[in-house]
Ligand binder design. Structure first.
Ligand code: GRG
Length: 300
């Protein structure tokens, strides 16, 4: 690790960049439909670590590109991620009242408007991805490839599929293979897509993009395993969502299937694998290396 790399400073600076781009991307609306935009903005701006957009920017930098090359994709990723959080909290899904430390979207705007806010953010994310091709700044084939990577990670081959198996597994005894499937698709696919899309938009070679994908799949899975661990060992005030809710709902998680100590070992092994994937990269990939290490110690 570069001794002078300050992760807290890097993350804070990147959050400012992402939040400014999000504010420009989704301003308040005074149209008759303004309330759905208000609901979209509510969940987008009440908090959030901005992990996926920051990873996209870091992916572009890792291959020698500019963070700005990946900024519209970063905006899209945060919108899509936030849409999934809104839908995840709905009574028909996880039925959670708290998200990002504030009442869930449907608790403020009602179920119908929350469904629309999620739909609106999902589609707006795709609008931003399509806009990359149209901007003329990026090679259109690379822009299309980034859109392909992200949209595949969100649909039934990715997040939607993982969430479906998550729902089907609630209250049932399942094996490690099923939890692995859920976590890979519900969470890791979008995280891997963020880093891969960043690499594509930053001008990475095929080999670099392949390595970034492996890195992303490993830290994405580690992220969800740690999320499971934090649900047991973390505090609601840090998490911004109710601690202990996985157990209360009979969710399939790593600690429930392999035990807490193996879950922790698994997370550490995955982060090691992720670091190995970055071996061919130089100091440009330092932010990704340091973020991977930070995931193991995060409290929220
Ligand atoms: C495509 C709209 C849409 C829905 C797909 C509801 C659903 C189907 C999927 C839910 C996926 C989901 C919520 C997975 C959990 C991923 C996860 C660990 C979220 C928490 O991410 P953090 O900690 O949250 O990065 P912040 O708030 O910091 O952004």
């Amino acid at each position: 690790m570069k001794p002078d790399f300050d992760l807290a400073f890097y993350l804070a600076e990147r959050r400012v960049m992402v939040n400014k781009a999000l504010e420009e991307a989704l301003p308040e609306s005074h149209e008759p439909s303004g309330q759905v935009v208000e609901a979209m903005r509510y969940s987008l701006f009440i908090g959030g670590k901005r992990l996926r957009p920051i990873l996209a920017l870091a992916g572009a930098e890792a291959v020698g590109g500019q963070a700005e090359d990946a900024l519209p994709a970063a905006v899209a990723l945060e919108m899509i991620h936030t849409s999934s959080l809104i839908h995840d909290d709905l009574p028909g899904m996880d039925d959670d009242d708290l998200r990002r430390g504030k009442p869930s979207n449907h608790k403020v705007y009602g179920e119908g408007m929350a469904i629309l806010a999620g739909d609106g953010l999902l589609i707006e994310g795709l609008v931003f991805l399509a806009g990359i091709s149209l901007s003329g700044r990026i090679d259109p084939l690379r822009a299309l490839a980034a859109m392909d990577v992200v949209s595949n990670a969100v649909g039934h081959r990715g997040m939607v599929g993982g969430q479906a198996v998550d729902l089907l597994s609630e209250g049932r005894v399942v094996g490690e293979d099923v939890v692995h499937f859920i976590h890979t698709h519900k969470t890791a696919d979008l995280i891997a897509a963020a880093i891969t899309a960043g690499g594509i938009l930053g001008g990475g070679t095929e080999e670099q993009i392949r390595s970034l994908k492996i890195f992303g799949q490993n830290i994405g899975l580690a992220f969800q395993v740690i999320d499971d661990i934090l649900d047991i060992e973390g505090k609601t005030v840090d998490l911004g969502k109710p601690a202990g809710s996985d157990q209360a709902k009979g969710k399939a998680t790593y600690p429930s299937v392999v035990g807490m100590s193996r879950a922790k070992e698994t997370a550490a092994d995955l982060v090691n694998e992720a670091h190995l994937a970055l071996e061919p990269f130089g100091s440009e990939a330092e932010p990704l290396r340091v973020i991977a290490g930070y995931l193991l110690t995060r409290k929220k």
